[in-house]
Structure formats: structure tokens, C-alpha cells
Design a protein around this ligand. Structure first.
Ligand SMILES: Nc1ncnc2c1ncn2[C@@H]1O[C@H](COP(=O)(O)OP(=O)(O)OP(=O)(O)O)[C@@H](O)[C@H]1O
Ligand SMILES: [Mg+2]
Length: 335
């Protein structure tokens, strides 16, 4: 069978990324221009600044991605682009570039959901075995996604308040760590102990939903209490205790959903999937349960265009192309 070459484009937040992927499984190039250093001084992503930065780098990055892959536009079978969810101004830059090239070079366009992309980062590691459960943990999402086949997503649980990544970033900020806080807490936690007994929030026993705002408040209250009393509180212990509370609930709910529904695989996806404690604990729990686990390498957990191309490959195989008036949807639903 002839190879399929997909050009992936991702600009939903603060990474401009273009990738070339063969048959949805093999990365020929995956260029990422991160704006983290630009947004760092503001303590978070500034949407307007993100859009401007995407405009500046999208075309040079695209040329570089094609050159590195050793392919020309005439080799590209489809352009897969993130059209939501994300920052609308940021999404529009990638989408406009994708549509312009699609029109000019007569290449079919495919619209990809950003979270479908995160899930498909796992396909670079191993092929999927259905049905499966994916734990999606990122800056904006915390979801358990049930998949019976390629491209079919059923969200069986989600966060009722903060996303995990958001909680990590807020706790990190209150500890005086730099943005983005997730990797900082990950590092600090390995030097501390889980001794502060922060709450494990399970909600109703049968629910697959999550809640992290209570935990976040508990951490902030504990920090305030300590500073009022002039008590020395180890930042490493706070990080370790917060992380332990997060990881325990994530792992327990994932394993329970996999067991109850008879999943053949567990997938971990999203920026927080780079977290070392989460990777280790989920690995241990899946091994104990006897369920195969796939985790992407840390470099493919955060936003990148290769994962968008991989998710786009499935839509390509189904012939699900997008019209040239495809719009950006900041709150696009996965299902
Ligand atoms: N090692 C780590 N431990 C914990 N959190 C991490 C780690 N590395 C990255 N993160 C967190 O991952 C988040 C970024 O992930 P990602 O780029 O997928 O989010 P996003 O694209 O902004 O959101 P979404 O994918 O929901 O639209 C940030 O909140 C960051 O702090
Ligand atoms: Mg993301």
C-alpha cells in the first residue's frame, strides 16, 4: 500500500509546531518553537502575545519541517490542523496557514481536536488495542476517555473545576516557582516527603469525575497558616504531598475504569503525562492489574504537531476532510 504523508500543524496555545508524519506512526520531522520564555515573565500565557509569535514563526517552521523530513508539498497527502480547543487567536494562525496551503497546493484539509492529538501521541509508541481507556491530563483538561475504535471518543469522566495542569501551575506559583510550574513541582517533589496529609478527593464512589480545587485550596491554606505562625515549611514536602494526592486519585480512578469496563490497554496523554511520579505509579498499578500501559516519551506529551498528524491520519483513512471555511472553536468538544 502507498505511504500516507500528513503535514501536521499545532498552534492552540504557546507552542508553534509543524510536523511530517508517515502512516500516522512514523515521525519524519516534528519542529516545536516554544514561547515559554516569552510568557514566563507574565506568569502565564498572554493570548495576544501568543498569536503574534505564532505569526512570526509558522512559515519558517513549516519550511524547516518539510526540509528535515525530505519531502515537498507535492508529497503531502493531507494537512491536519488543530481547530480547537485552545486560544482562538492562536488557533486561527495555524488554521489560516493550513487553509492557505491547502487551497494553493490543492491538498485536502483535516481538522483535528487537540485532545485527540494528545491521545494519538501514544501511537508512536505502540498500536492501539481496543477497547481502551485514556487518561488525559493537561493544562486545560483532566478526562477519562473510553475508545472502542479509532477516532471514537467517549468522555466517561472529567474535572468539575480545575484541570490537573492548572492546579500544578497554581500551587507552583504559590510556592514561588517559575512558570510553567508542573515540571518544577515534579523536580521538587522528588526531594520531599508526602507528610502533609492533603485531601484525596474522590467525589461520589462510582464517579469517574475529578476535582482539584479543594486540594489546591488546602495547599494554599497550609502555606498561609505556616507563614502566619512563622513556621518553616519545606517546599519540597509541600510539592511531594500535593503531587501524591493528585497522583493517587488519578491512578485509582483510571484503574477502576479500566477494570469495570474491561479495557485492553491504558493510555496516558497530555502535558502532565510528563510527570515522573504519575508515570511510575500508573506503571506500577497497571502491572499489578495486568493491563498493558502506553505512555509517550516526555517530549511527545506536551503540545506538538506530530500528535496532530497522527490523529489526522485516522480521519484521512475515514475520508473525513474539512471544508476551506473550517473555523476555530475555543471550546470544541471531543465527542
Ligand atoms: N513533569 C510535569 N509534571 C507535572 N505537570 C507538568 C509536567 N510537565 C508539564 N506539565 C504541565 O502540563 C501542562 C501543559 O500541558 P499541555 O501543553 O498539554 O497543556 P495545554 O496544551 O496548555 O492544555 P490542553 O492540552 O488541555 O489544551 C502545564 O500545566 C504544565 O505545568
Ligand atoms: Mg495540550
Amino acid at each position: 500500500m502507498k505511504d500516507t504523508i500528513i503535514l501536521g500543524i499545532e498552534t492552540s496555545c504557546d507552542e508553534t509546531s509543524v510536523a511530517v508524519v508517515r502512516n500516522g506512526k512514523e515521525i519524519l520531522s516534528n519542529l516545536i518553537s516554544s514561547q515559554v520564555d516569552i510568557h514566563k515573565k507574565f506568569g502565564g500565557v498572554v493570548p495576544e502575545v501568543a498569536s503574534r509569535q505564532h505569526v512570526e514563526v509558522i512559515l519558517p517552521i513549516m519550511e524547516e519541517a518539510l526540509a528535515q523530513a525530505g519531502v515537498g508539498l507535492h508529497d503531502v497527502d493531507a494537512i491536519a490542523v488543530t481547530y480547537g480547543p485552545g486560544l482562538v487567536g492562536a488557533l486561527l494562525i495555524g488554521l489560516s496557514a493550513a487553509k492557505a496551503i491547502s487551497y494553493a497546493a490543492d491538498i485536502p484539509l483535516i481538522g483535528v481536536h487537540h485532545i485527540a492529538g494528545h491521545i494519538y501521541a501514544n501511537r508512536f509508541v505502540q498500536d492501539f488495542d481496543f477497547p481502551l481507556i485514556a487518561l488525559v491530563v493537561s493544562g486545560g483538561h483532566t478526562e477519562l476517555v473510553w475508545m472502542k475504535e479509532h477516532g471514537a471518543y467517549e468522555v466517561i469522566g472529567g474535572t468539575r473545576d480545575d484541570a490537573v495542569g492548572e492546579a500544578y501551575d497554581k500551587v507552583a506559583r504559590s510556592l514561588g516557582l517559575s512558570y510553567p510550574g508542573g515540571p518544577e513541582i515534579d523536580r521538587l517533589a522528588s526531594e520531599g516527603k508526602d507528610i502533609l496529609s492533603f485531601p484525596r478527593v474522590y467525589l461520589e464512589p462510582e464517579s469517574f469525575d475529578f476535582s482539584f480545587s479543594g486540594l489546591k485550596s488546602a495547599v494554599l491554606n497550609r502555606l498561609n497558616q505556616a507563614s502566619q505562625k512563622g513556621e518553616e515549611l519545606s517546599k519540597a514536602d509541600v510539592a511531594a504531598s500535593f503531587q501524591a494526592a493528585v497522583v493517587e486519585v488519578l491512578v485509582d480512578k483510571t484503574i477502576r475504569s479500566a477494570r469495570e469496563r474491561g479495557a485492553k490497554q491504558v493510555l496516558l496523554a497530555g502535558g502532565v503525562a510528563a510527570n515522573r511520579a504519575l508515570r511510575a505509579e500508573l506503571n506500577r498499578a497497571c502491572a499489578k492489574e495486568g493491563i498493558p500501559l502506553i505512555i509517550p516519551p516526555a517530549s511527545l506529551c506536551t503540545d506538538n504537531a506530530a500528535m496532530i498528524a497522527a490523529a489526522g491520519q485516522i480521519l484521512y483513512e475515514k475520508g473525513m476532510f474539512a471544508p476551506l471555511d473550517l473555523n476555530a472553536y475555543p471550546n470544541l468538544k471531543l465527542e
